[in-house]
Design a protein. Structure first.
Length: 91
């Protein structure tokens, strides 16, 4: 091997090194985009989970209000019946 052959192989290895560096940078950029996309998905899922928590609390509150209104209506009907009985007994 003479000096020209060594120079040729050195240039070829430098070129290969540069090419591989560029390819690895491209792969790194793709992973950066994937990471960013996963971060956005995680944020969205966190918001959905928080939203479902609030919806379940709203459902619980609504059920309590339905029960409260049912009890109030029952008591009101009981009072109306008592008033009718009392008014009917006086006449």
């Amino acid at each position: 091997m003479d000096q020209d052959d060594l120079k040729f192989f050195e240039n070829m290895f430098r070129s290969l090194e540069t090419e591989m560096g560029q390819r690895f940078d491209q792969v790194g950029n793709r992973f950066d985009r994937v990471d960013a996309r996963l971060d956005r998905m995680e944020t969205r899922l966190d918001k959905i989970a928080a939203g479902s928590h609030y919806v379940s609390r709203l459902v619980e509150w609504s059920e309590k209000q339905d029960q409260f209104q049912t009890d109030t209506l029952r008591r009101l009907n009981d009072l109306a019946d008592r008033v009718k009985r009392l008014e009917g007994g006086v006449q």
